[in-house]
Design a protein around this ligand. Sequence first.
Ligand code: NAD
Length: 486
Amino acid sequence: MLTRSTDKIIVANVPVSPDHYIGGQRISSEKTFTVSSPVDESILGEVAAGGAEEVDAAVNAALKAHPKWAALGPKGRAVYLRRFADIIESRVEELAAVETMSNGSLLESGRKRVMKRAAYNIRFFAEWAENLKGKTWESNGTQYSVQYQPSGVAALITPWNAPLMLTTWKVGPALAAGNTVVVKPPEWAPFTCSLLADCAEEAGLPAGVLNIVQGIGEEAGAALTEHPGISRISFTGSVETGRIIGKVAADRIVPASMELGGKSPLVVFADSDFEAAVRTAIGQYDNAGQVCLAGTRILVEQSIADRFLEAMTEAAGRIVLGDPRKEETDVGPLITREHMNKVEGFVERAKEQGARLVYGGNVSEQLGGLYFEPTLFTDVPEHAEILKEEVFGPVLTFQTFSIEEEAIQMANNTEYGLAATIFTGNEDRAKRVGSAITAGTVWINTFFARDLSAPFGGSKKSGIGREGGDWSFDFFCDIVTLAHKT
Ligand code: NAD
């Protein structure tokens, strides 16, 4: 039996529903899970832990809402989605405050960039859908036209490191494509997705178009991917979970898009803008290194290596580690104690396996809690785990190379392929090395530039498929060929 709820809990002075959002109603669950804040490890509240029953209700609500939503067409849907984006934008301050308390990301960055980007994700894809043109041509007396049709209900599953941004990156195109959605937010940071449902309601999105089922991945998430009513699974998270979801999707022949982890290289040639390259290397500690795209393997040309290491060490000494709500803070806490234990394990094993610690390596003595120092290893043996596995913390490695071919070989010496960054002052080299590295996105003399019309995704173990621009619609839509005898 599903029970309606009007409960709210207060996170960062903002009232937030701890419950699901199903068919336009707040629904509670008997079971709950406890969410705490990485900022001070205080308990933020008990959140509804959904399972098969709640997922079934949400998918059924989405199925019921689908025909009318699909029939609105891209222009009709865009009216709602623009309003939705406007309301998200009007609540940037609240969303940023709640996100910071939930996952420890910097408040300033949330207020100035990330939450606005969440609104933009919705607006951008609404407009893209309005302008999406199928193709038409004639061949052998038959006219062919390719159409993008809504595919049904999309299951959207997201991680905790940027919950609202990553959720809207999926909600935007899925809804603009004419699908209805069921979102399973991350259990370690579930609150901004709950506020997203409030924004949808305020924007007047019809009941059932956007549904949220809170809960633990292995229960709510698994029930969602296994539900026979869903037509798409878009997942962002770890390789381990990607594997589990991939098997379920294969069994049911449901298209699944996978945006997974990374172990990206940052390659610095001697002819590069030295200061910009050092700044970018130090920037890999942003969000306490809990960034899938982070260039965690710093590869520097031998001739500038000593100077670069010195400059990095000096710049790292200036990083302000601390409360993410304070303006002066550069790097905040890790998400949970469980995650911190994992990061500490990587650091300990790196030392045991012979890597040399240049700086960091510990929880801050002064701050305690989940505040882990920016950390750098050098002289890392080739077989060491720290070169191979994603740490998802503020831990970088430093290696050197002598010639371009060696840099390419080292950059590609990974099972991952999410992103790569190259710094060089030589345009020919930029093109050569850029196309020789296997990764979904290769940045040259820049980092983190992400235009929403560009394809985004991972090569190798970092994922399956691409989203962004047309690619999002290739995934979320059923693509139909009409072959008409003329
Ligand atoms: P995770 O895989 O543990 O969890 C991600 C989501 O999947 C959560 O909502 C979780 O509840 C859910 N989940 C867990 N088990 C499930 C199951 N059996 N069935 C269905 N859903 C399930 O990942 P995480 O720890 O939340 O996030 C960190 C990982 O995400 C890192 O590896 C990071 O690189 C990756 N990531 C990738 C991108 C990208 O764009 N490629 C972006 C951000 C994060």
